[in-house]
Design a protein around this ligand. Structure first.
Ligand code: 5SP
Length: 223
């Protein structure tokens, strides 16, 4: 297994208080977050609905941190430009959400955002092997997407390790993110397997002290 020091922490606002989203974004930024993770759900690709580009745009003035926008929508292509214009820095699409991921990722880069690809738990790491030259971020879902507060799937740890090896072999600077059930117990497992971005909703927003919650996700060796 590979160990990656100093993982980035990206709070998922899905677990925030939606009646005060702007304040919630600013609060985690102040508490030491590195990115803000925004989950976009369409009620079709995943069985839940969250928000669209207007909310991303409304939140943009509340922090200068990068916005990591995870599109759980199918199709994604018609909406890429709207999310880029709304202020998304990273735009991530699912490999399972359409046949032309390569084209979509190139489009995201042309829009001026960093392209990312997301894998559901059932998808093998090799599914993204032909995309290594066009992605800046690979996101391994450690739960089935659609809801926060689910249990971390330890079955995904070997996938993280294999993707870390694929990234090393590519020679490219690709971030390897994990999302779903990340807390103080599972974060070190994901980092040991090779993850360098930890996305967490409940483990941060359900905590009274956001700074302490973010610090608790950082492995001791990364302090
Ligand atoms: O994309 C998703 C869920 O589909 C995640 O970003 C969750 O929002 C993470 O929530 P926790 O598992 O950390 O509560």
């Amino acid at each position: 297994m590979t160990s990656v020091a100093r993982p980035l922490i990206a709070p998922s606002i899905l677990a925030a208080d939606f009646s005060r989203l702007g304040e919630e974004v600013a609060a985690v930024a102040k508490a030491g977050a590195d990115w803000i993770h925004l989950d976009v759900m369409d009620g079709h690709f995943v069985p839940n609905i969250s928000f669209g580009p207007q909310v991303v745009k409304a939140l943009r003035p509340h922090t200068t941190l990068p916005f990591d926008v995870h599109l759980m929508i199918e199709p994604a292509d018609p909406y890429l430009e709207a999310f880029a214009k709304a202020g998304a820095d990273n735009i991530l699409i699912h490999i399972e959400a359409g046949p032309h991921a390569h084209r979509s990722l190139q489009h995201i880069r042309a829009l001026g955002a960093k392209p990312g690809i997301v894998l559901c738990p059932a998808t093998p790491p090799e599914a993204v092997s032909e995309l290594m030259d066009v992605v800046d971020i690979i996101l391994v879902m450690t739960v089935n997407p659609g809801f926060g507060g689910q249990k971390f799937l330890t079955s995904q740890l070997s996938k993280i390790s294999r993707l870390r090896d694929m990234i090393t072999r590519s020679g490219r600077d690709i971030r390897l993110a994990v999302d779903g059930g990340i807390d103080a117990t599972t974060a070190p497992l994901a980092v040991k397997a090779g993850a360098d971005v930890l996305i967490a909703g409940s483990a941060i927003y359900a905590h009274a002290d956001y700074a302490a919650a973010i610090a608790a996700l950082k492995p001791q060796s990364a302090e």
